[in-house]
Design a protein around this ligand. Sequence first.
Ligand code: PLP
Length: 366
Amino acid sequence: MKVPFYDYTHTFLSNEKAIVDLFVAVGRRGGYIMQKELQEFEEALATYTGAEYAVGVGNATDAMEMFLMASGIQPGDEVIVCSHTMVATASAVRMAGAEPIPVDVASDGLMDVESARRAISAKTRAIMPTQLNGRTLDMRPIMALAEEHGLMLFEDSAQGLGSKFQGRSAGTFGIAGCLSFYPAKTLGCFGDGGAILCSDAGLYERLMWMRDHGRGADGDVHLWGRNSRLDNVQAAILHHFLRSFDEVVARRRALATLYCERLHHCPALQLPPAPDADDDHFDSYQNFEMLCDNRDGLKQALAADGIGTIVQWGGKGLHQFEKLEMGRDLPATDRWFEKCLMLPMNMSVSDEQAHAVADAVLNFYA
Ligand SMILES: *Cc1c(COP(=O)(O)O)cnc(C)c1O
């Protein structure tokens, strides 16, 4: 049985009529930029996440760049990030003028707080963990660390929508967090899209100006801005999918449970925490990333069976992109990238397919 890693036609084809109807409704009114659909989606997103404010923007990378700049991050500042993240986390820091400082991963692949503590220097201004794979970090020690050293706290929660720690949504712990609506994300649109979550009214106002050339509703230009607006038609479609998003999260958790039940006895594997592993974490499984012995052998064997897998970020942490010169000694992340692999985890995967994936993995190690 073939199981593609991700099927980019699935969301559209299984919702074609609803999506076309939304496009027709927006198109017939000519409502393309910053119209009521965007405003309604922003309100719904704030309500869903429990954030005070949500701002629709062009993508999650712009979101980070803008909230860093609007919060006063400047050239000469250092921002601590986790090495196991998309290059976008670091590039946003760089494009905002500051230096990204990558640190090591803990056993669940998210930022290791002690490694973050060791990376603090006189120039450190902020810390921005990544809520990776649809899992929100235990934020208590990170918040305590930020508090202790007077650092600003941001979140790269591009993969975090739907996930919570102690009932609080990813992206709502610090000054601001980002969301990505890239098609393969848990809430994907049909192109690029993103959002900022924040709680401060002044920051919210600056971000609303900043995404639209610095312009305010009063017609004045309040600051230097850019053009990074979430398209109105994408907002209409995203709002439609947000209404049933809890079902998406439930389905992903069911798939994760299936994988964990089938695979947890296999000594060659270290699985991500199962959905019921503890009461504090509520994971939305953007990805199902595991560590495995003979990773490349397993990947090849699964490919021969028609099963798609991916090694995240092309197999490198931030500190391993030599041309970007963020190199430092991060042994836990080095070990992670020797063994990590992601199994198919999305709405097109049936139970039958997930069992076929588990069979193939167990078969490889038998
Ligand atoms: C997808 C992703 C981004 C970038 O999101 P875009 O919307 O494509 O800019 C940033 N960080 C992480 C962890 C991501 O997974």
